[in-house]
Design a protein. Sequence first.
Length: 326
Amino acid sequence: MSALTPIFAQYPWLWEPINDEHPCGTPLDYHSAFLALQQQVSSSLSIEYGEFVQAPTPIKWSSLLPTLHTLSQQTKDIRLIILLIRAHLPQEGITSIIEGTALLIALLERWPEAVHPQCYDEGDHVPEFRHNALAGLDEIEGCVAELRRCTLITAEEEAYSLSEVEQWILSDKTRSLTERERLQQLYHHHHSFFESCLVAQQRLNQLCQLPSSALGTDSLSFPHLSSLLATFCRFHQRQPQGPFPNDTPILTAAAGQPSRVETLHYRSEAREKLREIRENFAYYEPSSPLSLLLSFAENSIGLDYPQISQRFPRELLSLLTLEKEC
């Protein structure tokens, strides 16, 4: 049974052994075509001269795919799989990372010792070869930069890079009202992308949990890629999960009345702001009882008085009511 996902189904040989003696083929390290391929990819990196930074030259992946096809039929190498992930990123976006990571997991589970680079070289144990190859998935100017260059398009056909969306999310306290509205529009128009970020994060975690003998390390991590995905995941998890375009009708409200969606957004934003304030008080003024009161307010949003009275002591409610009357 093949473990190839839709994107990589066009490379059926990836799931077939090269031969009985060497199911993953021979090493690529001195293969002239692979060395030339690495040179072409590395030449696109950004260059710094003091304070001047020359932007990287975009890689023409379409011109490199024939070489990748040929090499991937001769050997199963982690470095090749990562290059294939990058080659499909401009067209497939986050799906390329999800499916590519799933393929890496499948290959390492099926041929943990035979996949290249191997953890042994002429009898010597050199696990860093395998570890360094896997770390290529986290290169700041590789997969991470190419994912940031992917775009989300609004209903008005305006395109915004994931790098821009990332900055809007991170600058929550300083972004303008226009940016907030645009971010919400993108979120509702591309809800599936944010769901996919959760899946991608799960795939990375699954890869990191493989045996150390397969990974070449007992502490594999992808800090740059995980950080980027975590930004989108946290934003997604803070949003009210409700109907989205193309699968549910649009809700309308009577004139002068806020819609349920607007109410949910208000409650979600209010709860998030209270949480931030509470955490600041807990950190900077740990002895202050204000963090407890803020926690009370945070957990009371959306509840009516009978519900609140069931969750909190009557003495506290009486005190708050008395303070209000005073």
